[in-house]
Design a protein around this ligand. Structure first.
Ligand SMILES: [Zn+2]
Length: 269
């Protein structure tokens, strides 16, 4: 399980199923019909409908401004960021930004909750019309204030329930959706290992009940960067013969419950 939305895990280990708790940026999702659309196709449409923005992006990529986090260096390379984090785009105001509608809703405008058929139309170039009443696409991630879908929530709980131990890596568990999964594991008496820098939300609740003298078999807390620890941990698991990789077909359905003895099957990051 991961809270990452950058598809990092599915790229790093495509044969190991990953449950992406907070969704993913590789697709957009229609806020009306909930269908996914590949992000690449959406980005191509954005570039076509907003040539000034596309040109600006090309220049910024070529200048190397996106390769640094230093705001002064970024500004020097032509990318000015406002104090609120917005990027200042000279000659390309947000008010003229155009975007495509959901192709499914465009082909067949859906019936709305009030029983009327939605209006989903495009201009002569395929851009969303301001008079539309449905078919807005958003990144397929769980936005601030939104809830995890019931299917993902159930799959996450099933994964915890079928696990023997839980390893928490590189997360502060600051979001409740992830914290409650760790809490569920704790309530089921599962040993929990926590590896991160800076602690996790309500950390004491996961470790305080452990008897003194136990040497990590019932729970452990390690203050360490995950990239320092993971390589040797993987090597050790492989030595023990529990480093097998899950079947490729399991990944085709990320909600499928994973059975088997895979390294990191019970991992929350
Ligand atoms: Zn739609």
């Amino acid at each position: 399980m991961t809270q990452n939305v950058d598809s990092f895990h599915s790229k790093a280990h495509p044969d190991l199923p990953t449950l992406e708790l907070h969704g993913y940026l590789r697709a957009t999702r229609c806020t009306t019909c909930r269908k996914d659309l590949a992000r690449d196709a959406f980005q191509r449409d954005l570039a076509r409908l907003n040539p000034l923005w596309a040109e600006f992006l090309e220049e910024i990529v070529a200048s190397g401004a996106l390769e640094t986090e230093d705001p002064e260096l970024r500004t020097a390379k032509g990318l000015r960021t406002n104090p609120d984090g917005d990027v200042d785009l000279p000659g390309a105001p947000y008010t003229t930004f155009r975007y495509p509608p959901c192709p499914t809703c465009l082909n067949r405008p859906p019936v709305l909750k009030d029983g009327t058929r939605a209006v989903v139309e495009v201009d002569h170039e395929g851009a969303f019309k301001p008079t539309n009443t449905a078919g807005i696409l958003q990144p397929a991630v769980v936005m601030f204030g939104e809830s995890i879908s019931p299917l993902v929530k159930q799959a996450a709980e099933d994964a915890i329930d079928s696990a023997g131990k839980l390893l928490v890596i590189g997360t502060s568990l600051a979001t409740y959706s992830a914290w409650r999964l760790a809490r569920r594991a704790k309530d089921r008496g599962m040993p929990i290992g926590i590896i991160n820098l800076g602690g996790v939300r309500g950390e004491d609740a996961f470790l305080d009940h452990l008897p003194p003298g136990q040497e990590g078999e019932l729970g452990v807390r390690v203050e360490m960067a995950s990239d320092q620890l993971l390589p040797s941990l993987v090597a050790h698991l492989r030595e023990l013969g529990i480093g097998s990789i899950g079947p490729a077909e399991a990944f085709s359905d990320p909600l499928k419950t994973v059975k088997g003895n895979y390294a990191f099957k019970d991992m929350l990051s």
